[in-house]
Design a protein around this ligand. Structure first.
Ligand code: SF4
Length: 401
């Protein structure tokens, strides 16, 4: 599969570029009470350690706005203020944060949005127009009867056109629904009529398991059709899980290469080692590594080393021993009880070697930042002009302009 990314405008949220040829960034949102600076900063640190590239916090009142400078001073990732209902919160938050998210369905009269535009312009930061199936404008609900993909796309396009009418283009857009079909169709419809960068996500996707599957299907379809410039996986879980799932989706599509990719066999009657425990332990203990490495854990040597040829390094169970291999070649036999620790040591060593090689080649951050993946999915200018083809029947939204 060769992914042709849709050509979008590029904006910047703090230091992170979104859209155009920028790597697809992974973001998340804190679950703490923003007014509790200590707890919020603690969670932000955990998110940053997991690789989260943009972090959003809820700003429900002026007390939360007052906490923003203290939070911002203790983090390195760009900060987005999530604002609903009261545009005055956005006016104040814009003085501190790197981007303001507003929802056209609940921000109220247009003059309020116009004031937000003035504030973000004064501070040179973008807006995320965040349309949501659960909070569409009343006139669209009356027109469509209930939330639909067309209603979401129309809401987003109306907001974009209204912002353009006052000369504002520094924005990204999201059109979220918890229904996978609705969200996918809404993003598709919007992308046919606008080239603003898209923040993609399936909202309220569910628990880690349910939400990861829904998100992988919805975001996977969009990304494989070139749609999406930054993503958030919404899970009813620790937000660090959202970051992990986000990167896994991008890694599976080879759009980003970051950190360890554990390849584990499903096991069968030939299994000689505890593959499930080892694979889980590896993911947990090697989460700090940013260098892209494929690490294989295979239950036996019958197909093990052969199946693990694509891996940079791995282990396979043998009769009473473990086999350590690199690029499909046997390196040594290791007692089973020492296998996990030995593999972890070897992976850490290999990661350091790769980082040193990359530093010598003059592109130290390329792999960790996903440049490799982007190259694989890189486009020619000619390809960028072509709309993605889907073969799906998608409703056509009339152009409102
Ligand atoms: S690697 Fe061995 S244990 Fe794992 S599924 Fe294949 S044959 Fe079974």
């Amino acid at each position: 599969m060769y992914i042709t990314r849709r050509k979008t405008r590029q904006i910047k949220v703090g230091k992170v570029k979104i859209g155009g040829d920028a790597p697809i960034s992974v973001q998340s949102m804190t679950t703490t009470d923003t007014r509790d600076v200590k707890a919020t900063v603690e969670q932000i640190c955990q998110l940053e350690q997991a690789g989260c590239e943009i972090i959003r916090v809820a700003v429900p009142d002026m007390e939360a706005v007052a906490a923003l400078p203290k939070i911002k001073a203790q983090m390195t990732a760009p900060l987005i203020a999530d604002i609903h209902f009261d545009h005055r919160l956005a006016l104040k938050a814009a003085e501190v944060v790197d981007c303001v998210r507003i929802n056209p369905g609940n921000i109220g009269a247009w003059w309020k949005t116009a004031e937000v535009v003035k504030a973000v312009n004064d501070h040179g930061i973008p807006i995320r127009v965040g349309v949501n199936g659960g909070s569409l404008e009343r006139h669209l609900l009356e027109k469509y009867g209930y939330p639909t993909a067309e209603a979401l796309a129309e809401s987003a396009l109306n907001a974009v056109h209204a912002l353009e009418d006052v000369g504002f283009t520094n924005m990204k857009v999201s059109l979220k629904a918890s229904d996978v079909h609705m969200a996918v169709d809404a993003y598709w419809l919007f992308s046919q009529q606008s080239n603003y960068p898209l923040h993609i996500g399936i909202t309220e996707a569910g628990t880690v398991q349910t939400g990861a599957v829904k998100s992988a299907i919805g975001l996977g379809w969009l990304l494989s059709h070139g749609i999406g410039d930054t993503l958030r996986v919404s899970l009813a879980a620790d937000p660090v899980e959202e970051v992990k799932v986000g990167f896994e989706i991008l890694k599976s599509l080879e759009l980003r290469h970051r950190g360890i990719n554990v390849i584990a066999c499903p096991t069968c009657g030939r299994v000689e080692i505890d593959v499930v425990r080892m694979a889980n332990e590896l993911e947990k203990r090697l989460g700090h590594i940013k260098t892209p490495l494929n690490v294989s854990v295979l239950g036996c040597v019958v197909n093990g080393i052969g199946e693990g040829k694509e891996a940079d390094i791995g282990i396979a169970g043998g009769e009473g021993v473990g086999i350590l291999f690199k690029k499909g070649k046997l390196v040594s036999k290791v007692p089973i009880e020492e296998l996990t620790n030995r593999l972890i040591e070897e992976v850490e060593l290999l990661a350091k070697e790769r980082e040193a090689e990359e530093a010598n080649e003059g592109s130290p951050a390329a792999a960790a930042n996903g440049e490799q993946g982007e190259q694989r999915a890189a486009l020619t200018n000619q390809q960028r002009q072509q709309p993605p083809s889907s073969g799906r029947e998608i409703p056509v939204l009339p152009n409102k302009r």
